[in-house]
Every structure is written in C-alpha cells, then in structure tokens.
Design a protein around this ligand. Structure first.
Ligand code: NIG
Ligand code: FE
Length: 408
C-alpha cells in the first residue's frame, strides 16, 4: 500500500450511519490518507501492510478523531457591533422593538455599507481563525447586511475571498432578503423586486452564492414575498434555505420544504404539520442555540417531533452581531445539549453529518469513510461526549484539511 499519511493510536467517531455503534465509533483504529481522501479506515489490527519507512505516521495518543466540524449557518462577514442593543435589551427592550425602531439588522447594515472590502476581510479572517481553532473545516457565510446591490455583492465577494485564502472551506449564501432597508420602508414589495430582478442575476453572474436564504418573519418578509424569492432562486438552480419560525409561526418552513429547501433554520415555533413537511422533503432542521440563548427565548424548537419524524437536526452558531455574537462552534454543541436537550451524539451529528447534508456536500464531508475527503480533527478526549460536555479547554489538538495537516 502506498499512502500519504497514516494515523494510529486513535479511536474514531466516524459519525457514519453504516456503523451501528454510537458515534459510528471504531476503537483502537487506524486511518490512511491518499491524495486528500480517506484511503483506508478500520481497526488497527486490520490495517494492511504499508511502507513504514516511506510513510509519515501520526500517533494520536489514544485520543479521538472526528470529522472536521461544519458550521452550516453564520453571518460572519460584518462590521461594527451591537453592544449598545445588548444593554437596551437588558433594560427591557425586546429584539423586535429594537428592530422596529431602526436598530437591529439595520444598524449592522449601516456599518457594512461604510466598511471597505479589506476591513471586512480582516474581520472575517479573525472570526474564521477562531472557528478553525475549534476544529471547524467548513463554514457557511451569508450576506444580508448590505441590502443594496453594492454592499450585498461586497459581502459575498469577501466571503468567497475568505474561502480562497483560508484552509476552511466557505459556502456562501445570498440573504438579500434579510430585512427591509430604510429606502424601501413603505414598499417592501419593490425591495423584493430588486432582490429578484437585479441582485440575484448579478450574484449568479459573478458566481457569488451557492444558496439563497430569506428571513421570513413579521419583522422581515411575508410568506408570499419569501416564496417569490425562493422560487426565483430555485429556478436559477441555486440551493434554497430559510430563516423561519424564529419569533412566530408564519408557515415558512412548510412552504420552503415543499420547494425542496436544504434546511430551515431557527424553527422555535414550528408545529407538527411543519415537521411532517420537512420529513417528506428531506429538509434539515437547523437549531441555533446561540440565538436561543442570547435572545433568552423560552419557546424550544420541537425536538421530540423532529426525532419522531426522523428530520436531520443540524447545530450551527448563527454567529452574528445581533442575536448570536458567540463565535464558537463547540459552545453550540454544549448549548444544544443543555438548552435544547439534544444528546451529545445528536449534537455532534448536527455539526458533521447533518450539517454536510444542509449544505449539499454530504457526498464529500461530514462522515469519516473510505473515499470521503480527509477533513478530520484529533481531540484530546477520552469519550466523544466530552466535546459537548466541557468547553474552553482547547481539546482540539490537530486538524487535517484535504489530507494536509493544518498548523494552527
Ligand atoms: O439568524 N434572524 C435573522 N437573522 C439573524 C440575526 C441578525 C441580526 O440580528 O443581526 C439570525 O438570528
Ligand atoms: Fe441567522
């Protein structure tokens, strides 16, 4: 056998559904990499003979390998911050009131319109570094803090550039319909026209987005407006997804599922009909515990129904300055368990296998199996549940991306 690298003295949480052990675990395992892919994975005692003198061998000190983490929902390219709104909320103002009074998303829009690409890139790079340190190897980044053609394109270009210059892979999502900009305050339909007829074609022409998202909510876009944007995106061949049922139930998830959305995200107010629709269409349910925590929500997403209907649950950071200023994926694993009562195994599946599905990249990443991309992390832990049990101890000790060891 001729391999580029071999890992031994490891246990592996493959997260493969084809291995019946919890976490798809293989204890006393070995893994071999060739040309950026997993060439062999299994029990150490079954490892075929290979040229030990010509092959770099990495010893995992009996820690655990997991798939590289995938943060499938972030807004990490933005300028400014909203600490002032945090203070207002602690004095009693609600997230919705602040948004209705011209703060919220619009205040970040103002900061992004003023920032140049270099500034946004540097801010984004620092945030990507923070996620990468915790074992994230793929991230989704949304626009949505521009709300005019120039700034929406600027944010998406920066997101694409980050993907080119950082080892973390970046999937981009056009979220032009994130909020109604002040210029269209009294004519939101005209803004939706702009998103569909002018922004979307330019985003497509420059190949700036892999998917399209909308914020379907009383303080943002109606069900009918959301359907128009998602239909246009789908017709253009892009993946679709939705911020839905975060503060109320407008039926967005059900509609998006019927259009074949990859995921619906937040979904605190989703009901059983909605869950059924997700299960029928294979749409993922993305749980965002950071926003749930930071907005001090009390309405939990319908976790038990999602389990019952076997809807794949995704866990993501939703990193953004307003509702989840928490740039940590591992913290989300902990919160998914403590606040939303996922099992540690469900939480990890939400940041690996199911997150890959939500981004449409499940054929390449998200589980450790032969033929998959060699994106994985070595953790200094004695059981995979430790990933969501403890936080802040820096247990990610090595990251391999596309078969290359990344020095962090
Ligand atoms: O995912 N819900 C809408 N959008 C973001 C929040 C954006 C903001 O407040 O800046 C979210 O929570
Ligand atoms: Fe979000």
């Amino acid at each position: 056998m001729s391999w580029d690298q071999v890992w031994i003295d490891i246990n592996i949480a493959t997260m493969s559904p084809n291995i019946s052990e919890p976490y798809g675990a293989i204890r006393d395992a070995a893994l071999a990499v060739k040309d950026g892919k997993i060439a062999w994975i299994g029990k150490r005692c079954d490892l075929p003979e290979f040229d030990v003198l010509a092959t770099p061998i990495y010893k995992g000190k009996n820690g655990w390998l997991t798939p590289g983490l995938i943060d499938a929902h972030t807004h990490l390219v933005f300028a400014g911050n909203r600490a002032n709104e945090f203070e207002l909320r602690l004095q009693g103002a609600s997230y919705e009131e602040i948004a209705r009074n011209g703060g919220g998303i619009i205040s970040t829009v103002n900061a992004c319109r003023e920032a140049d690409e270099a500034e946004l890139f540097e801010l984004g790079r620092q945030r990507l570094n923070a996620l990468a340190k915790e074992g994230v190897t793929t991230v989704e980044i949304k626009s949505g803090y521009g709300l005019d053609i120039e700034t929406e394109l600027k944010i998406l270009r920066v997101a694409r550039e980050l993907g080119k210059h950082h080892h973390v892979d970046v999937k981009t999502t056009f979220l032009g319909a994130h909020a109604i900009p002040p210029e269209y305050k009294n004519d939101s339909d005209a803004y939706v026209d702009l998103v569909i007829n002018e922004m979307l074609p330019q985003v497509i022409a420059e190949n700036l987005a892999d998917a399209v998202d909308v914020f379907c909510e009383n303080i943002a876009f109606s069900l009918a407006q959301t359907e128009r944007v998602l239909t246009a995106a789908k017709n253009a061949g892009l993946d679709i997804k939705l911020h839905a049922e975060q503060l109320s139930n407008l039926g967005g998830s059900e509609m998006a599922a019927k259009l074949g959305a990859k995921s619906v995200d937040h979904i605190e107010y989703l009901d059983e009909d909605g869950v059924k629709a997700l299960s029928e269409s294979g749409t993922c349910a993305t749980l965002l515990p950071g926003a749930f925590y930071f907005l001090r929500e009390t309405q939990l997403p319908p976790i038990e129904l999602l389990r019952q209907y076997k809807v794949p649950m995704v866990v993501a950071s939703d990193y953004n300055p307003g509702s989840s200023p928490l740039c940590s994926s591992l913290l989300m694993l902990n919160m998914a368990c403590t606040l939303m009562r996922l099992t540690p195994e469900e939480a990890l599946a939400g940041m690996t296998r199911n997150a890959a599905k939500a981004l449409g990249i499940e054929a390449e990443v998200g589980v450790l199996e032969t033929g998959m991309t060699a994106d994985f992390c070595l953790w200094n832990i004695s059981t995979p549940a430790e990933l969501s049990y403890t936080y802040g101890v820096g247990s990610c000790i090595e990251v391999v991306k596309n078969g290359r060891l990344v020095h962090q």
